[in-house]
Design a protein around this ligand. Structure first.
Ligand code: CMC
Length: 431
């Protein structure tokens, strides 16, 4: 971040207040209001953070107008096509692409941390079988701080590193266990001879009673889904992780907070909601009815998988996801998948509709991901856990970056108070 020679001036009650303007390496300049309250005695008001940069970060950059998403400067399309998830994890965590030796060491380290404490199996058994896997994940990831005490001291760089590796390695195991538990099957231990994505598929779809071979093309598609979700700068769940961490909370508690936030249908829960919507639409002839509902101000219905706070042209992740959907369905021999037909026609009709064009609403990453995951055999309830395990590295990278930021302060927004003035308590018999 560099100081520009520019200054923004706020005039209030005839008095001028100069505010420094900071220049990022990419993206719009930022007016620095840190001393505004001390100097002018006013707060700024920005619910939803539509115009507020909450931190300085060098990890991910999005240009929403141009549909650009860069991780440490590398475009997401290149990473999805040429790299793989664990290499992207390394890039997000350490800032550079690894050498062959660095990558091998990192992959070995992550692989050797995939098992969870055996006592966690008992912990799982306390949940109801019909609990949503996200509910189980919030609880179990939070409980990691009760199982891994030796990596909760955030002032110790080594412990921070161990916590980061543990989270990236164990969250897929926890997600797979949540799934197995929900369908009443035995937990499947991780396998160190499989790569990250293949191991996850094996933990989800194998049973001890018989051999199970993971199709390498499905593992590649799974890896691509992980890669496309790996990080997305200061979205709601990442900001939740940063806010939780700003108090000095331990990493497992912070990531559990991120998982809780991700679950909402406006965020990571949109992939489940989108597939359920596509199923509800059911056939292309019903699309106009649902488009009309999405446009109706008196109907709370929204097209799930459409729209984004930052992307106002297209979501580059959605482009790759759509290609993957075609590939996976072809591989699975699922010809004429009715959900995919509805999705493609819905996308076409919505994009031709002036309502969506004017509001700059386009398909986002969640529009096609559910179709791929369903074709792979996942129930809808597992879609958001898969998003959560993919995003864990982004949360962890942002958490590590935050803790090494000298400007770190506890996150403490102010408010525009609209409640009652001070008044005197009235005894209950006089009310
Ligand atoms: N369908 C119909 N109308 C919409 C939609 C939609 N999906 N999204 C936004 N709008 C309208 C909205 O009604 C509003 O209209 P008006 O200006 O007349 O009041 C306008 O577009 C702007 O919407 P907003 O809610 O103010 O925009 P936002 O930036 O606060 O919300 C969003 C972004 C992603 C929450 C929203 O577009 C949405 O709810 N989309 C559906 C859920 C979804 O797909 N979420 C996944 C996002 S990508 C993955 C992730 O981040 O996890």
């Amino acid at each position: 971040m560099a100081d520009t020679n520019k200054t923004a001036t706020l005039t209030l009650d005839g008095q001028s207040h100069d505010l420094p303007v900071l220049s990022p390496s990419a993206g719009p300049d930022v007016v620095d209001i840190r001393k505004l309250y001390a100097g002018a005695g006013v707060f700024t008001y920005d619910p939803g953070f539509t115009s507020t940069a909450s931190c300085e970060s060098a990890i991910t950059f999005i240009d929403g107008e141009e549909g650009v998403l860069l991780h440490r400067g590398y475009p997401i399309g290149q990473l999805a096509a040429k790299s793989h998830y664990l290499e992207v994890c390394y890039l997000l965590l350490y800032g550079e692409l690894p050498s062959a030796a660095e990558l091998e060491k990192f992959e070995t380290t992550v692989t050797r941390h995939t098992m969870v404490h055996e006592q966690m199996h008992n912990f799982f058994r306390g949940f109801r079988r019909d609990a949503h896997p996200m509910a189980t994940m919030v609880g179990v990831v939070g409980a990691m701080s009760a199982f891994y005490h030796d990596s909760t001291d955030i002032t110790d760089a080594w412990q921070r590193e161990v916590a980061a590796i543990r989270l990236i390695a164990k969250v897929p195991t926890i997600a797979a266990m949540a799934y197995k538990y929900s369908i009443g099957q035995p937990f499947v231990y991780p396998r160190n001879d499989l790569d990250y994505a293949a191991n996850f598929l094996h933990m989800c779809f194998s049973v001890p009673a018989e051999e199970h071979t993971v199709d390498p093309i499905l593992a590649r598609a799974m890896d691509r889904i992980f890669t496309l979700h790996a990080d997305h700068e200061q979205n709601a769940s990442t900001s939740t992780v940063r806010l939780a961490s700003s108090s000095g909370a331990n990493p497992f508690a912070c990531i559990a907070a991120g998982i809780a936030c991700l679950w909402g249908p406006a965020h990571g829960g949109a992939n489940q909601a989108c597939l359920e919507m596509l199923r509800e639409i059911g056939s292309v002839d019903r699309i106009p009815e649902f488009i009309a509902r999405a446009k109706d101000k008196d109907d709370p219905f929204r097209l799930m998988g459409f729209g984004h706070r930052v992307y106002k042209n297209f979501d580059p992740r959605a482009t790759v996801m759509k290609e993957s959907a075609d590939e996976v369905l072809e591989l699975m021999g699922i010809e004429d998948n009715p959900t995919l037909q509805v999705a493609k026609e819905l996308e076409k009709q919505a994009l031709d509709d002036p309502y969506f064009a004017e509001k700059k609403l386009f398909p986002n990453v969640d529009f096609y991901s559910g179709i791929i995951l369903e074709a792979m055999g996942f129930p809808t309830s597992m879609f958001t856990p898969i998003f959560a395990l993919s995003r864990t590295v982004g949360w962890v990278a942002q958490w590590k970056e935050q803790l090494s930021d000298p400007a770190l302060k506890i996150g403490r927004p102010r408010q525009l108070y609209t409640g009652a003035d001070q008044r005197d308590y009235v005894d209950v018999e006089k009310r």
